[in-house]
Design a protein around this ligand. Structure first.
Ligand code: HPA
Ligand SMILES: [Zn+2]
Length: 344
């Protein structure tokens, strides 16, 4: 099946097109667009509880993180084979390319698939088959981040890590996602220690719906290299000081924050205050098929809602590469592209 065609917005940014950027907070399962969901459902003989793509789209109205997760996990029923995961990834890469994404560090949720009888090897082989073509076909370098579902047990995370051991050479980092409140980072101290011992980087969702104490735990118990979301850090002055002092990157997802009601309106988003405080903030799309926009759609939305100027967008683009897990020469090459963008 060919990847779905990208839907670029020609009005974006100036004549130079979208800023070159890295996407650091992107759940590949959250890029499953309704048309691909229906196509895969048909291919795999899966019946979706929605008659049409429009009916499915009408379900994209969320009251909080859990209400989104319920649909996110339900739709994954259509992802069964290596081809499915490869097609999903090609569709994302084509869209990302049109949005100026030059580097993508991509989350996946193995437990959401193994729980349905899809082996972790099928998932990783499918994803990496597409990712192995990404540089040549789309001009995008990539990394893969394996996430543990925090509302599952610590034992399940450990078993997942062991099942993925044969594939660790394809994986750059581990992450932590799903329902946050009631599932603090410290629950996963043991599996994060194993991941670090195996030479992996560590990230974790914290401070999206959960309190600042979860961000402290992600830093001090899990030893994360980046915090995903982290917007609730602003409730704790000492935490902000720590994040600034150590320049711990925060992968903020503005359209996601509004759709999941973490923030009232985009115009009230604390992104400018976070930049002003000296935090190493990046802008990302999280689950773009569900939240109304891919990487540059998020850049454009915050620019318009918060009146950000070109130099602030350049800072966000620069931060995205600074916060990435790229090797230094590649990072420097991308940073040069950011500086040159829009300057003839
Ligand atoms: O925004 C998110 N938060 C937590 N878990 C998730 N899994 C997919 N998206 C998210
Ligand atoms: Zn996320």
């Amino acid at each position: 099946m060919p990847p779905t065609s990208p839907a670029p917005d020609p009005a974006q940014n100036a004549a130079d097109g979208p800023f070159p950027k890295a996407e650091l907070h992107l759940h590949i399962e959250g890029t499953l667009e309704p048309e691909l969901a229906f196509a895969l459902a048909e291919r795999n003989g899966v019946t979706l509880p929605y008659a049409t793509e429009d009916e499915l789209r009408r379900a994209y109205s969320f009251s909080d993180l859990q209400s989104f997760l319920n649909l996110y996990y339900a739709l994954m029923a259509v992802l069964r084979t290596e081809d499915d995961f490869a097609d999903l990834t090609h569709a994302y890469l084509a869209r990302a390319q049109a949005q100026g994404v030059r580097h993508a560090e991509i989350f996946f949720d193995p437990q959401a698939h193994t729980a349905r009888g899809v082996p972790v090897g099928t998932v990783i082989e499918g994803l990496t088959r597409a990712l192995d073509t990404a540089e040549e076909r789309y001009g995008i370098t990539t990394r893969l981040i394996m996430c543990f579902l925090r509302d599952e047990s610590a034992e399940s995370a450990l078993a997942t890590f062991e099942a993925a051991r044969p594939y660790l050479d394809r994986i750059t980092a581990v992450g932590l996602d799903s329902a946050e409140v009631g599932h603090p980072p410290s629950k996963f101290a043991e599996v994060y220690a194993l991941a670090r011992e195996a030479g992996l980087k560590c990230v974790a969702h914290a401070g999206e719906e959960g309190p600042p104490s979860y961000v402290w735990e992600a830093l001090d118990v899990l030893g994360v290299d980046r915090v995903d979301h982290g917007v609730r850090c602003l409730e704790d002055e000492k935490l902000v000081a720590r994040l600034v002092a150590d320049q711990v990157p925060l992968t903020v997802c503005p359209l996601s924050n509004v759709r999941l009601r973490v923030i009232g309106e985009l115009a009230d988003h604390p992104l400018p205050a976070m930049l002003e405080a000296g935090l190493l903030v990046t802008v990302n799309s999280d689950d773009p098929a569900y939240f109304g926009g891919y990487a540059d759609d998020n850049f454009t939305a915050v620019r318009d809602a918060l009146n950000l100027d070109e130099e602030t967008l350049r800072t966000l683009a620069r931060n995205s590469f600074r916060a990435s897990f790229l090797d230094e020469p590649t990072r420097e090459a991308y940073l040069k592209e950011v500086e040159a963008h829009g300057r003839g």
